[in-house]
Design a protein around this ligand. Structure first.
Ligand code: AMP
Length: 409
């Protein structure tokens, strides 16, 4: 063995990748049903997009970026998240009004790898641009909640908070800083450092939980407009029967959030392991990137973590037909049958390696297929022997009926 995958990056191969495929498909279909078109943006961006958008003082920008200089001397960064890119694309194209889009792809952060924390990880997310209504916040929260439901993850609760409008947030920041300064001696060295640069980040410190527990709450300092917005979001979540808890110390790491912020927590995935996903409203972001004021709200779900928390599905995963070649003389016809089944919309496969019938059956069983179709002596009479792999039931059926026989299982 020579070269290995880089630290903090993983390979996902079959059969484990079956769960990834299920989850990515579920997201794709969910996003489409909720009216989010697909957004494809570059995996690398000008470094300043993140320093301006995400914020210089954030952990992501100050410590975790994969930044490099290209051959023409430009500073580029592998994207640590996708919201800034989607908003950049909206502004670059001169769009205005509502744009709803969904994305899916790898993100990169130079973190200390541990359970649930990788340097390359996959996110799926949606962005709802151009809409200030609290109902947009509710819809975005709902998309993530339904995705976790479809993934079979139980006991999901949405942790919900509001940071208020930028003026409320600035006011809160001052109050929080003076609260923390009074207790600076009790804080860890890391929190003392954050206190100077980005006091909201101290709220994420596990070591300083007791000081954090008594810190002022953002909700006590909301202006009237932000308070009304928050009440409407709560109402909307209740109407949609989405369970939520108010999390007064949830602030999230990025600078661009205002008003609603949220995360998903599941009983099978503890708080210490991190959230399965989260998001919030980011009305100030477009202006931070030099564009006109454009409200927005979005969400990002951590696919690596969700897949890790998904229960095993019972039963067969790879429904379809495996065609076994029992008579090597009929190999070409068997491949024609595979092709016809595939064209007809079924999952179909065969072994191309001239292996024994027994070995071919073993391969079929490993795949977990529904039906094995044996191309052998009966072919001359226009028949194929089909076997239901779950019940063992076997029958010789006309070649043209293999698909229907399989679909009936
Ligand atoms: P964030 O962009 O930090 O709000 O992250 C959104 C979601 O992405 C988190 O809730 C996690 O599920 C996932 N995530 C963030 N960072 C990582 C990481 N380093 N490794 C794996 N998943 C991550």
């Amino acid at each position: 063995m020579t070269t290995r995958a880089p630290k903090g990056a993983v390979d996902v191969l079959p059969p484990e990748s079956g769960r990834w495929r299920r989850l990515l498909r579920a997201f794709d279909s969910l996003a489409e049903r909720y009216g989010y078109g697909l957004a494809l943006t570059p995996v690398f961006e000008a470094t300043e997009l993140f320093s301006r958008g995400v914020g210089e003082e954030t952990e992501i920008v100050s410590k975790q970026m994969y930044t490099f200089t290209d051959k023409a001397g430009r500073s580029l960064t592998l994207r640590p998240e996708a919201t800034a890119s989607v908003v950049r694309a909206y502004l670059q194209e001169g769009r205005s009004g509502v744009l709803k889009c969904a994305y899916s792809g790898p993100m990169f952060r130079y973190e200390q790898p541990q359970a649930g924390r990788r340097r390359q990880f996959h996110q799926v997310g949606v962005e709802y641009l151009g809409e200030p209504s609290p109902d947009a916040d509710v819809e975005v929260v709902e998309v993530g909640y339904r995705l976790l439901q479809e993934a079979g993850i139980r006991e999901v609760v949405v942790l919900l908070n509001s940071l208020g409008d930028p003026a409320d947030r600035a006011d809160y920041r001052t109050r929080l800083r003076s609260y923390l300064e009074e207790r600076a001696e009790a804080l860890s060295a890391e929190s003392r450092r954050r206190l100077a640069t980005n006091p909201l980040r101290v709220l994420d410190s596990k070591e300083d939980a007791s000081v954090v527990a008594g810190a002022p709450a953002t909700l006590d300092h909301l202006g009237a407009a932000a308070a009304t917005h928050f009440a409407a979001v709560r109402c909307g979540l209740e109407r949609r029967s989405i369970p939520y808890e108010i999390a007064p110390r949830l602030v999230r790491g990025l600078d661009y959030y205002n008003r609603t912020v949220f995360e998903y927590q599941a009983s099978s995935y503890t708080a210490a392991q991190g959230a399965l996903g989260g998001g919030g409203r980011y009305d100030p972001l477009a202006e931070l990137l030099g564009g006109p004021p454009t409200p927005g709200v979005g969400l990002a779900m951590g696919v690596d973590r969700i897949v890790g928390a998904m229960p095993e599905v019972s039963g067969r995963e790879d429904r379809g037909v495996f065609v076994v070649v029992a008579d090597p003389e009929r190999r070409e016809e068997a491949l024609d049958l595979v092709a016809a089944l595939r064209t007809g919309g079924l999952a179909a496969d065969s072994d191309l390696g001239d292996r024994s019938v027994k070995a071919q059956f073993r391969a079929a069983a490993r795949r977990g297929v529904t039906v094995v179709a044996v191309v052998g002596a009966e072919w001359a009479r226009g028949l194929v022997t089909v076997r239901d792999m779950a019940t063992g039931e076997e029958e010789a059926v006309p070649i043209g009926e293999v698909a229907a026989w399989t679909q009936a299982r």
